[in-house]
Design a protein around this ligand. Structure first.
Ligand SMILES: [Zn+2]
Length: 211
């Protein structure tokens, strides 16, 4: 059975109606909250701006790594949840189907219309997004960007590969790293993220769960 993304999106939408008293949404084994896109974008882009042009690469790496660590922990929780076991796991036929399950959950979370363009097991993942809120938010606020601005989606693309091929949790984070080769913030028709093994990565002794 192929991964039915709409079934996963509907399950998340249905489940997200349940809120704790502080507005926290306990769903898919993790705690979620609704956050304003413009607020999150402001935090990211202001950090980059405040660190200045000399430290721009450092700011970008901080933001990408924060997203990757968050994505790694969040999707580890998600794939170990009862909702995943009940709704997603029956649709999974191959290890790589897990990533399609991850992207469907990310779509439901409002992170964009993530589409898996290519997966080479253990080596490469290509994800395309046409409605990244980071790209849209950057362009609206600052105009055309000189480089990709979707740090969250970039980190998350790396995290998906970390979870599949980075070895045992929690030691696999940052085994892979992603570049954003196209970005709507700089005028491209879509944002595209390519994750490959991190340059300083050593081969793990065991494959990740889902093998
Ligand atoms: Zn982008």
């Amino acid at each position: 059975m192929a991964i039915d993304g709409s079934k996963i999106v509907h399950a998340v939408m249905e489940g997200s109606r349940i809120r704790e008293s502080k507005g926290i949404i306990p769903l898919f084994g993790v705690y979620l909250s609704i956050i304003s896109v413009s607020y999150y974008n402001r935090l990211s882009f202001d950090l980059e701006k405040l660190m200045g042009p000399q430290r721009s690469a450092e700011a970008q790496q901080l933001l990408v790594h924060a997203a990757q660590e968050c994505g790694y922990a969040t999707f580890q929780g998600i794939r170990n949840s009862w909702e995943w076991a009940e709704i997603v796991a029956p649709m999974i036929e191959t290890t790589e189907d897990q990533i399609k399950g991850f992207t469907a959950v990310a779509v439901a979370f409002g992170w964009g219309d993530l589409e898996v363009v290519d997966i080479i097991p253990r080596e490469r993942l290509v994800i395309r997004v046409t409605d990244s809120y980071e790209a849209r938010g950057y362009h609206a606020e600052y105009g055309t960007a000189p480089a990709g601005k979707c740090y969250m989606l970039r980190g998350v693309t790396g995290a998906f590969m970390d979870l599949l091929y980075g070895g045992d949790y929690p030691d696999g984070c940052l085994s892979f790293s992603a570049e954003e080769t196209h970005c709507r913030a700089k005028g491209d028709p879509y944002c595209e993220f390519i994750a490959t093994k991190s340059p300083d990565h050593t081969e793990p002794s065991a494959a990740g769960p889902g093998r």
